[in-house]
Design a protein around this ligand. Sequence first.
Ligand SMILES: O=c1[nH]c(=O)c2ncn([C@@H]3O[C@H](COP(=O)(O)OP(=O)(O)OP(=O)(O)O)[C@@H](O)[C@H]3O)c2[nH]1
Ligand SMILES: [Mg+2]
Length: 197
Amino acid sequence: MKQVVIATKNKGKAKDFEALFTPLGFEVVTMFDVAPNLEIEETGTTFEENAILKAETLASTLGKIVIADDSGLAVDALGGEPGVYSARYAGDHDDGANIVKVIEKLRGVPDSERTARFCCALAIAGPNIETKTVFGTCEGVILHEKQGTNGFGYDPIFFVPSLGCSMAELTPDEKGKISHRGNAIRKLAMELPNILK
Ligand SMILES: O=c1[nH]c(=O)c2ncn([C@@H]3O[C@H](COP(=O)(O)OP(=O)(O)OP(=O)(O)O)[C@@H](O)[C@H]3O)c2[nH]1
Ligand SMILES: [Mg+2]
């Protein structure tokens, strides 16, 4: 099976990518497999900048084509927070604490003003190609408490109005059909067979 290298150490993202890439005929390989000790500091101020940083760093380390994902939650009533700081909003990769912080900050905000979106920038970089980025989003509403146990990050408090359930109540396949990550990959999919040989 052809392989696609993703510059991530997030197991939840890796699961999302497996659901998205397996039907396209690719096996997903992550930093846990190819560069477990490499730390890439996310110093960018936009999703695109961080995605490019991660993709280009791992691509030059491996000498291979790599895809990176920088993503997060933007809540309208919080002026777009947590945004690029989603993973480290209340504690470094502490999904439980991050969720509590968002719920606390939105205490008293009515449902009609709890709109939010997940954002995902994907960057593809490597030898002999020009780095390219695509962007995907998914619209939702922030719940008052957790609902569902699938997914990762903020999925349990992200209600998807079109499906009438939270992101954490979807299987990885169902999430991929509507998610920011799925929407971004669909923008790259046409070109992937030519790039990832
Ligand atoms: O509920 C969620 N469902 C999602 O589908 C999703 N996608 C992103 N996020 C949040 O945004 C951070 C990304 O930050 P991020 O792009 O820096 O990734 P990360 O640090 O977790 O891993 P890496 O890929 O950088 O190794 C994550 O940790 C999560 O908090 C999500 N939350
Ligand atoms: Mg990160």
